[in-house]
Design a protein around this ligand. Sequence first.
Ligand code: NDP
Length: 335
Amino acid sequence: TLCWHLARRPEGIPGPSDFVLREMPLPPLPRGQVELEVHGLSVDPYMRTRMQPQGYGYLAKWGPGTPLSAWGLARIRRSRGRWREGDWVVGHLPVANRVHVRVPEPDALLPLCLPAATPLPGRWLHEHGMTGFTAWLGMRHYGRPQPGETVLVSAAAGAVGSLAVQLAHRAGARVIASAGSAAKRTWLRERLGVVATLDDRDPEGFAEALAEAAPEGIDLDFESLGGAVFEAAIERLRPCGRVVLCGLISQYHDPEPRRAPPNLARLQAIGGRLVPFVVPGHEPEHWARFQAEMAGLDPVAPLDVLHGLEAWPRAFCGLFTGKGIGKRVVRLGCQ
Ligand code: NDP
């Protein structure tokens, strides 16, 4: 099968030449394992942190020559274990084409009851998959906005952010959302109905713009960016305000470990709360509830689909230059 490998560690924003497509041999299927046909791959910012030589992360680092892996949607093609052929699963998969992919740890897969006629399997990588789970966990489980509260969501036209906005609305909060382009900010106002939008690619002007949009402060910051945006949000928090720390994408290219905002002490001074979280480990306890709630939400959830395994580097690199709205996926094969 063909699989994308890291050619070299990127410096700054990754480019397509940092990756190389190589043949990966598939030995005969051992007992207890399954062979998968990959149909869709999630394109996620955290993968950039795995390409750094050091720094925090819950998954091992990738060096030159390492095969890449991503959250993906697959169908079981052959089974020599307890999974049934034809079943759909999601899990961590090699960034490989749809021809027979073996997964060494079938227990790491989550089975899906995918209706036969589901038009877009990409949904299982977006609002009903790990992306939706991230937004749900951060907003619904940890952030818990209350009716009338003011919530700030950064990178809000992206995959996690756009769902987080809608979960906050559903809880009765008013949302201020930030994004890096005028088109994205218009979409956030017109399609998602946020009360105000800010430009989070303008670190200098951000604090002032936030103060204007939220003169009485914010109650909750759903933080995905880090840097000046995070700092400005802490400065605007009302007494007992909360931060759910989902990600720090603006720092993922720094070779040094990521930095805390210099005004972190303000959180203590106002009796605030900082809740950093990662998805892995939460699935057993919360997955079923998340699925049930998401099914009732029917969110606006655009998919930004690129086709074919060859498109993977382009899809990944585009995450950092803010190309699409919603969730970026690479679709493979027959879907
Ligand atoms: P997105 O779909 O939001 O794509 C990334 C977006 O971030 C881009 O479109 C761009 O939007 C913005 N962006 C990228 N680089 C910068 C930068 N330097 N400065 C400002 N904006 C930037 O990705 P996801 O929704 O998948 O991820 C959003 C966040 O959630 C990330 O921080 C990610 O690491 C985190 N995450 C955390 C998880 C967890 O378990 N805690 C799980 C999954 C994701 P724009 O055009 O608006 O600038």
